[in-house]
Ligand binder design. Structure first.
Ligand code: CTP
Length: 403
């Protein structure tokens, strides 16, 4: 997967820079070309000579180097790569990336690049969990910067916690997964999938709306898992704080009507997974001005929203081969899920218990049952990510046999 890939490795100033020589060695064993940019801080931990010897290339350090600029130029440096990998990514370089600073060669290359960027954070646990670092992380993830790690364990500062840079094999695996996805390899390569996720917001007036507590975690995880299996995924999502998964095309919407329109625009597709918690009702005649507080509270008249799952499942020439819905239930889970499958004409239903004690809404885990024409499979309680991976594997099996 890494054969002939060009990796611009940016080494920032953290103790984990001592893992970089081994990283370069392992990348080159896999056929990758590695070119290093070493920051001033990075050079405190690893020498340019070591990096040059192991990478078999010149090490770039100085933004204002006449020779480097005449031979290569920092813009070309950032473009002549398939990916930019920042390892270790310190709190400082993450902050600079998030705010677009460019005061040395590394940050200038990161700002000037049109190539994907991956970071392997490494820092003290308090620095990692600090709201400033977490906000920077979210900013970077929303800009589709890929993140590997950090892991938990003993830190160089003597403390224990999150902040250890991922080990070399994990970084290599993350790079391989990234290239696998971008090359559309995997059992679902060549298949198109549409996934809905998150809540919808139905306006009451210019400033108010009706919503629900859906976090979008499950739908986003399904989109990520399908992309990892090689599918070309369009994620149609209502407002959520979830970062955009790697390798997925995103359509952001607010209302159920917009969600349906975006799904229909993304057709044709072979696979549809409706994981969004679509509001069943919208406010009839919602206006564009703010409703003023009068003597009596206003009466809201609700009208039914389109059912996206049922619309996409209806027989027709564009009907995807496999349409999957979720059934969020508090009572009679299986019976209701079976009835929903029949009523909406979808192929599979992932039934999940969202009763108050289950922790499914907004939480990280889900206990689901897969309802198909063949019967009901009870899955154990799994992290939403694991539910998504298992579902994607089932979809891949279905595609192999039927599509
Ligand atoms: N769904 C949809 N469009 C809607 C309502 C629901 O696409 N307007 C989809 C959801 O994404 C989910 C499935 O239908 O895949 C079932 O959603 P759920 O909320 O469980 O069912 P409802 O049809 O809303 O029925 P109820 O709320 O009465 O259980």
């Amino acid at each position: 997967m890494l054969e002939n890939k060009r990796i611009l490795l940016i080494v920032a100033g953290g103790i984990a820079a001592v893992k970089v020589p081994d990283l370069i060695r392992r990348l080159r064993e896999r056929g990758a070309h590695v070119r290093c940019v070493l920051t001033k801080g990075g050079a405190q931990f690893v020498t340019p000579l070591t990096l040059a010897a192991l990478s078999g290339d010149k090490v770039y350090q100085d933004l204002f180097s006449l020779t480097d600029e005449s031979e290569m130029g920092h813009i070309r440096l950032s473009r002549e790569a398939d990916i930019l990998l920042v390892a270790p990514a310190t709190a400082d370089i993450m902050a600079k990336m998030a705010t677009g600073q460019a005061d040395d060669l590394a940050t200038t290359a990161l700002l000037a690049t049109d190539k994907p960027v991956m970071i392997a954070p490494s820092m003290n646990a308090m620095m990692w969990t600090h709201p400033a670092t977490q906000a920077n992380l979210l900013t970077l993830q929303n800009r589709e910067v890929k993140v590997v790690g950090p892991g938990a364990g003993d830190l160089a500062c003597g403390e224990v916690g999150d902040g250890r840079m991922s080990e070399v094999p994990e970084i290599i695996a993350a790079l391989s997964r990234f290239f696998q996805k971008t090359q559309g390899q995997g059992p679902l390569a060549g298949f198109r999938a549409i996934v809905t996720s998150g809540p919808t917001h139905e306006p009451i007036d210019a400033v108010r709306y009706i919503a629900n507590r859906s976090s979008g975690k499950q739908g986003h995880a399904v989109a990520a898992a399908l992309a990892e299996q090689g599918a070309k995924v369009t994620l149609v999502t209502g407002p959520t704080a979830e970062p955009v998964p790697d390798g997925v095309q995103v359509q952001k919407v607010e209302t159920a009507a917009q969600m349906l329109k975006a799904c229909q625009a993304a057709l044709p597709a072979e696979i549809v997974v409706c994981a969004a918690a679509v509001a069943d009702w919208k406010v009839e005649g919602a206006g564009v001005s703010k409703i003023k507080k009068g003597k009596a509270p206003p009466e809201l008249k609700l009208a039914e929203n389109p059912d996206i799952l049922a619309t996409l499942s209806a027989p027709g020439k564009d009907r995807p081969a496999l349409v999957i819905g979720f059934a969020a239930e508090t009572d009679n889970l299986i019976e209701n899920a079976k009835a929903k499958r029949a009523a909406k004409q979808c192929d599979w239903i992932v039934a999940n218990d969202v009763s108050p004690g289950s922790g499914a809404f907004g939480g990280d885990s889900n206990t689901v049952h897969l309802v198909t024409a063949d019967g009901v499979e009870n899955w154990p309680t799994l992290k939403k990510r694991a539910v998504a991976e298992r579902l994607a594997e089932r979809i891949a099996k279905f595609a192999e046999r039927n599509l």
